[in-house]
Design a protein around this ligand. Sequence first.
Ligand code: ZN
Length: 375
Amino acid sequence: MYQICSNCVMDTTDSRITFNKDGICDHCNDFYKNVKPNWHPDDRGRKELQSIVAKIKAFGKDQEFDSILGLSGGADSSYMLHLVVREFGLRPLVFHVDGGWNSEIAVNNIQVLVDKMGLDLYTVVINWEEMRDFQLAFFKSGVPHIDIPQDHAFIATLYNFAEKYNIRYILNGGNISTEGVRNPMEWLYYGTDMAQIRDIIRQFGTVKMGTYPFSSIFKHKIYLRYIRRVNVVKPLNYMPYIKSEAMQVLQREYDWKPYPQKHFESRFTKFYEGYWLPERFGFDTRKVQYSSLILTGQMTRAEALEKLQMPAYNPETIDDEFNYIATKLNISSDELRHYFTMPKKSYWDYKNQVSIFVVGAKILKTIGVEKSIKR
Ligand SMILES: [Zn+2]
């Protein structure tokens, strides 16, 4: 039976959602119980961030870089760069991963930011033949999380740079303000499950992945975190972060251009989150994004419901978009249509390390590193 949360807009398209007697969902309850009490986007948070910044500067004083920041061109990473460089005087290594799907706006946004701040940009271009084959392998597998080839390249590049330049602080644009509600695992699975990635490549891949950057959970969660003492800092969680205001600052100071929706800086992600996920699987990531904004007072529930009446893609251009994706992947539109209609699979249909991730997440929650568990 269909049910929607009475407080946010998450609903039973998230098959593991539960509701309390007032019809409020577990995402909301988790937010109020575990996340909000530990979140201080105020003076207290700013003081905490200042002491973290002091540590970062002290650690990095004799090094080329004191931290590292991956720039997608999206609002969160762009605003974070502005903040840490202009307000806090940090000297991050700024990198971008070009997986072949950058939108023109993203390329322009990245360029204006680094130019106006006078920073060097480290761009890593992923070998297109490998990326294409990796993405096609995910299409052929039938799972929802076909964004993993892009995601994983970013994560692996980040940790490779951190290791190479002996950087101990990773600046992450993740934030409670716009991501307080998390995508269910069933919708967007972990991008670093190497058992799953290897299994899907073994069954459906056709080229040797000779240069694509891989990183396992053991390498970046255990070796780098606990042996090399690499820390992840999320600066946007220590201050009021109002997305619309952040975008105004970026537009005014850098001539940065906004996107119609979160994550739309990649043409692939735009197609994937706007069309593929909702239309093939019924998973609409806007529900997660809007619910986060509702919980943090940046959108009303009525406004979200109204926006959800419209599809996440533009019906007038979707045919062109569909053909663009097929052409870029060097397959026919019929072949892409076949992947769209083939039987649906999920992460549990392939080898996976989900039990390790779940145990790890529970440990992190117990020791207070993570406030809530992705489920
Ligand atoms: Zn809810």
